[in-house]
Design a protein around this ligand. Structure first.
Ligand SMILES: [Zn+2]
Length: 165
């Protein structure tokens, strides 16, 4: 994705109040982010662990999505779970259910969309082999990096389509 500024991020949110968008904690060192390797910018709010944010380009314009993190029920140390965005498998605690309130009328009626995501929201980096899941969680598959990138982008866009009216 293209590099974005603090102003770009704060004005991109579609499913939270303007007040929340103004106050939320942004990732540090935005200028140093590996933008070429990111399909979306995702981060956890350091001051509020139950909050996470995802910012991505949707047919050009930036769309910011506020997420609520539900800590998944732990099924023991050896259990594994898979991120539905990048399909990386993690040991317990590496994946969490994150829920986004939908925009528009659906959101006003309380509808939301939930997805299991890597807790560090570094899906783009796992996809490109730039970060490894603890416990070596990449499924042995024959896809090239380009094919995996196409897949994560398709998953990302279908998620955005479900959230944004
Ligand atoms: Zn992921």
């Amino acid at each position: 994705m293209r590099p974005v500024t603090e102003h770009d991020i704060r004005t991109s949110f579609v499913n939270c109040s303007k007040g929340e968008a103004k106050r939320l904690d942004l990732p540090r060192d935005l200028a140093q982010h590996p933008w070429d390797d990111l399909d979306f910018l995702g981060w956890r709010d350091p001051g509020a662990p139950e909050r996470a944010y995802l910012v991505a380009e949707r047919d050009g314009p930036l769309v910011g999505i506020a997420l609520r993190v539900t800590s998944g029920a732990s099924r023991g140390f050896t259990s594994r779970s898979m991120c539905s965005m990048c399909l990386t498998t993690h040991t317990s605690g590496g994946v969490a259910l994150m829920t986004a309130r939908r925009t528009g009328e659906a959101g006003r009626q309380g509808n939301s969309v939930g997805q299991y995501l890597c807790v560090d929201l570094a899906c783009s980096l796992y996809t490109r082999g730039k970060r490894e899941a603890a416990g070596g969680g990449v499924i042995d598959e024959s896809l090239t990096v380009e094919e995996k990138v196409a897949r994560i982008r398709a998953n990302l866009h279908s998620f955005l389509d479900k959230v944004v009216e």
